[in-house]
Design a protein around this ligand. Structure first.
Ligand SMILES: Nc1nonc1C(=O)NCC1CCCCC1
Length: 246
C-alpha cells in the first residue's frame, strides 16, 4: 500500500512513519509513505501557501494552487487511482471499521490543513473524504494523518509479528480490550489473576472475553449496544454484571 501525505511539515510526518510498526512495514516494503510539501509548488519568491480569509475575519486560509499542484504530483507519482482524505474536525469520525476498509486500498493521500483551513473549492474538487480523529481542534491535520498512518499501516499483511494481536486489539471485535499483565506474578501492586497462570487456554480465552465484555459494558455501553452477542458472550457478561453488583 502507498500513502502520500501532503503537509507543510514533511519531516514530522516522515518521522511518524519511520518508527515502530509503520517503520517496520516500510522496511518490509509492505507500505510506502511519501511526503509532499505544498510550499514546493508555490510560484512566488516567498513560497506563499496561504492567503487572507475572504469576507474578513482572523487568520489565513491555505491557497488552492500549491495544494492542487501538489495533489497533481501525487496522482502522477504512481499509476493506481488515489483516494484523497482531508483531516479536519468537520469530517466523519474515524472508526476501526473505516480503518480496515482504508487498509485494503492500493493508495490513499492524506491532505493536512493548517492555519484556518483549506479553500473550500479545493476540498470540493480534489478531496474524496473528510475524516476527524475526534471532537477537538488541533493546530493542523498532521496528527490526524499520523493516526491514520499508524492504524492503517499496522493492518498491512505481515506488519505485525503476531497477526492475532490485530484480532485481539480493542475495537477489532467491537469490544474494548481485556486487561494485560506481565511478570512479576506477585507484586506490591497486586497479583496476576490466577486463571492466566493456569495454562488452561480455554479458561483464559473465556476470562479475557468476559473482561472485555465487562469493560465495554462499564466504560463504553454505546459500543455494546451496536454489537450482537452470542450465547457465550451473553452468559459471560451476565456473570460479570452479577459479580460487579456484589
Ligand atoms: N480533530 C481533527 N481530526 O482530524 N483533524 C483534526 C483537527 O483538529 N485538525 C486541525 C485543523 C486546523 C485547521 C486546518 C485544518 C485542520
Amino acid at each position: 500500500m502507498r500513502i502520500d501525505v501532503v503537509t507543510l511539515f514533511p519531516d514530522f510526518m516522515r518521522q511518524c512513519a519511520a518508527v515502530g510498526v509503520v517503520g517496520r512495514a516500510q522496511q518490509r516494503e509492505l507500505l510506502q509513505v511519501e511526503t509532499w510539501n505544498p510550499r514546493d509548488y508555490a510560484t512566488d519568491n516567498y513560497r506563499t501557501v496561504d492567503g487572507r480569509t475572504c469576507g474578513g475575519g482572523p487568520g489565513m486560509v491555505m491557497l488552492i494552487e500549491p495544494l492542487r499542484k501538489a495533489l497533481m504530483a501525487v496522482r502522477q507519482a504512481a499509476p493506481e487511482p488515489v483516494h484523497v482524505i482531508y483531516l479536519s474536525p468537520q469530517g466523519a469520525r474515524l472508526t476501526q471499521g473505516r480503518v480496515e476498509a482504508l487498509a485494503k486500498l492500493p493508495r490513499i493521500a492524506l491532505l493536512c490543513g493548517r492555519y484556518e483551513g483549506v479553500d473550500e473549492r479545493l476540498l470540493a474538487h480534489e478531496v474524496d473524504e473528510e475524516l476527524s480523529i475526534g471532537d477537538y481542534v488541533l493546530s493542523g491535520g498532521e496528527l490526524g494523518a499520523a493516526v491514520i498512518l499508524d492504524a492503517v499501516g499496522r493492518l498491512q499483511e505481515g506488519a505485525l509479528n503476531d497477526a492475532q494481536s490485530a484480532e485481539q486489539d480493542s475495537f477489532s471485535n467491537g469490544l474494548l480490550d481485556c486487561p494485560h499483565y506481565a511478570k512479576p506474578v506477585h507484586d506490591a501492586l497486586g497479583d496476576v489473576p490466577e486463571v492466566l497462570l493456569s495454562g488452561d487456554h480455554a479458561a483464559i480465552r473465556r476470562w479475557r472475553l468476559k473482561q472485555a465484555l465487562g469493560r465495554t459494558w462499564l466504560r463504553r455501553p454505546d459500543l455494546l449496544a451496536q454489537r450482537a452477542l452470542d450465547a457465550e458472550s451473553r452468559a459471560l457478561l451476565d456473570e460479570f454484571r452479577r459479580e460487579h453488583a456484589q
